[in-house]
Design a protein around this ligand. Structure first.
Ligand code: ATR
Length: 273
């Protein structure tokens, strides 16, 4: 059976093995999918050992998404635009890099939640790997404006430059947040919820109709979504749906069939409640 894996550090709590096993059962695909913990210093070696052991594809998670780009021979356009890979696939001449995070998010919002993103004024908080992964797909989904605010402003500017759409993409400093008015959608792509320091956001960013999305799920999403609740946002989502959808997109790349995600999402969200 073909071998697939998720590489991360840490990776023990990754839901990806469970998600891909459920997809494989549903579609009748024979494969094994394991979690492999690789420290940054050993990532390249771990990927090479995986290749020699018959590895055919892998998901890449924190902190390796940028390093994965560097060791791939070829890159999809969306991986290049994100500067980060979450999916690599074995090809005759080496690994091929792709990124399904952005389409995963858009799929969750537009298909599962039936939300219309077109024309929305969107604030993206953060400019790291997660932000870079979703920004191109949000633009492709037809949002009206993308405002990027990051603690380190140079990274917001670099992301804006890479997106190459000066008419729709704007950057501001964190200190400008109180002056930006309300948004139709707030996307927390920072890792602040995974660490000690929280975000300091003014309530003026949101109204009751603002959609608040945290790209993290579980504990890491709690503080931003609690802030959004206090700010009055009626629609608040964590990144569990995006996780399941990006996995389905990766599964489709590898196995040629896109699994039905509803049952897997329902099982995981019931477990998380
Ligand atoms: P990821 O792959 O999760 O995006 P990353 O590439 O390390 O991880 O990016 C983390 C993002 O969260 C960055 O935008 C980071 O801001 P900096 O670029 O200034 O480092 C942001 N971030 C992390 N902790 C934060 C905090 N306490 N307050 C605000 N932003 C934070």
């Amino acid at each position: 059976t073909a071998a697939y894996a998720v590489f991360g550090h840490p990776v023990a709590h990754s839901l990806s093995p469970r998600i891909h096993a459920a997809f494989a059962r549903q579609t009748g695909v024979e494969m094994q999918y394991v979690a492999i913990d690789a420290s940054p210093g050993d990532f390249q070696g771990a990927i090479e050992r995986f290749w020699r052991a018959g590895g055919r594809g892998a998901n890449i998670t924190l902190p390796h998404k940028e390093a994965a780009m560097a060791l791939c021979a070829t890159h999809s356009d969306r991986a290049r635009r994100a500067g980060a890979a979450n999916t690599i696939t074995a090809a005759p001449n080496g690994w091929h890099a792709d990124n399904t995070d952005g389409v995963g998010l858009v799929h969750d919002l537009t298909e599962r939640r039936r939300l219309d993103l077109r024309g929305r004024r969107v604030l993206l908080l953060g400019a790291g790997g997660a932000a870079r992964g979703v920004a191109p797909a949000l633009l492709d989904a037809g949002i009206g404006e993308l405002w990027i605010v990051n603690r380190t402003p140079e990274k917001a500017d670099a992301l804006s430059d890479a997106l190459g759409e000066p008419g729709r993409v704007h950057t501001r400093y964190p200190a400008d947040l109180p002056d930006l008015g309300a948004f139709d959608m707030l996307v927390n792509a920072t890792s602040a919820g995974r660490g000690a320091g929280g975000l300091d956001l003014p309530f003026s960013l949101a109204t009751a109709r603002t959609l608040a999305v945290d790209l993290s799920y579980g504990e890491a999403a709690i503080s931003f979504l609690a802030w959004a609740g206090a700010a009055g946002c009626e629609h608040r989502l964590d990144g569990l749906g995006m996780l399941v959808e990006q996995a389905a997109e990766s599964f489709a790349l590898w196995h040629g069939q896109r699994p039905d995600t509803d049952a897997v999402y329902d099982a995981l969200s019931a477990r998380a409640d």
